[in-house]
Design a protein around this ligand. Structure first.
Ligand code: 5GP
Length: 280
């Protein structure tokens, strides 16, 4: 037998004169923690979760190993559950470890923060000790603008600049309260206190009629989650405040939600040791 005929696909195609076109997804947007790509059908997008982390308006940057994988799973879990209680969201389905298919929305440029316990900017601004239970839940609005550092705004600004209509703001406030009730119950059942969190909403059009749905993600990146017994922080504050154990905290939230089996942890967070363990 002679030598087997060896050729690379490329040389073969050049030889026969075929121009190969490589399908490349169009990137729509790259944010600090996620990338959006064009989806397979009109009106859909693919949301890719990165391990990159930023804080203090991107003045602090870093990587949280495996964060993208965990946030993808946690957000899928929460958005799916919210849909079952009638909160409309942009989530369609998870595609793989780091990606989910979502509905394309017209983003409403407002960050909605819901607070149950004083922490973060509320404690700083008003001098209220972190951990103080608030007598009632507070909803705050911030204008989504990195260059301005996401300034806090009032309903009046939203109406004045036409960022959302009064009806849309009513729907947003109703949904924010429903999400808070749901999250507080779900996390209490696994020994976690929901201190505060940030939501984003978008508009979808049905002919001339616009509807507001929950967008973005819900994960330890945009929530403050404290262990009920120890008050240990299980969220991005560990990164913001250099507390260490950041990966472990995200992992712990996923584990308590039943999304991460003990044998999965190394797969998410330590690819090298996982490979070695499997002899590869
Ligand atoms: P604070 O205003 O105290 O800094 O944040 C309140 C809550 O909203 C916290 O749970 C925080 O994680 C979340 N949050 C506010 N703004 C942002 C933001 O730009 N990105 C993320 N990931 N979370 C935010």
């Amino acid at each position: 037998m002679g030598r087997p005929l060896a050729y690379s696909r490329r040389s073969f195609h050049s030889f026969v004169g075929v121009t190969r076109t490589v399908a490349r997804r169009r990137q729509i947007y790259e944010g600090k923690a996620k990338i959006l790509y064009e989806g397979p059908e009109p009106g859909t997008l693919i949301q890719y979760f990165k391990d990159d982390a930023t804080a203090f308006n991107a003045q602090k940057r870093g990587t949280i190993s495996g964060k993208g994988v965990i946030n993808n799973r946690i957000s899928e879990h929460i958005f799916t559950a919210l849909q079952t209680i009638g909160v409309p969201t942009h989530f369609i389905r998870r595609i793989n470890m780091r990606e989910q298919l979502i509905r394309q929305v017209e983003i409403i440029p407002i960050e909605v923060v819901v607070r149950n316990v004083a922490a973060g900017s509320l404690s700083k601004r008003l001098g209220i000790e972190e951990g103080t239970q608030l007598p009632r839940t507070i909803i705050e609005y911030y204008y989504k603008d990195d260059a301005l550092g996401d300034p806090m705004i009032a309903d009046e600004h939203i109406a004045c600049f036409g960022w959302a209509t009064q009806d849309e703001m009513n729907d947003i406030a109703d949904m924010a309260i429903r999400v808070n009730d749901f999250l507080s119950g779900m996390f209490a059942a696994i020994g976690i206190r929901v201190i505060d969190f940030k939501l984003e909403f978008g508009r979808v059009w049905d002919g001339d009629y616009a509807r507001v749905i929950l967008a973005d993600e819900i994960s330890p990146d945009g929530c403050r989650l404290w262990d009920m017994k120890t008050n240990q922080k299980l969220d991005k504050d560990r990164f913001r405040q250099d507390l260490g154990g950041v990966e472990e905290a995200y992992q712990e939230v996923a584990r308590r939600l039943g999304l991460l089996q003990p044998e999965d942890e190394s797969a998410v967070l330590d690819f090298d040791s996982h490979r070695k363990k499997r002899g590869k």
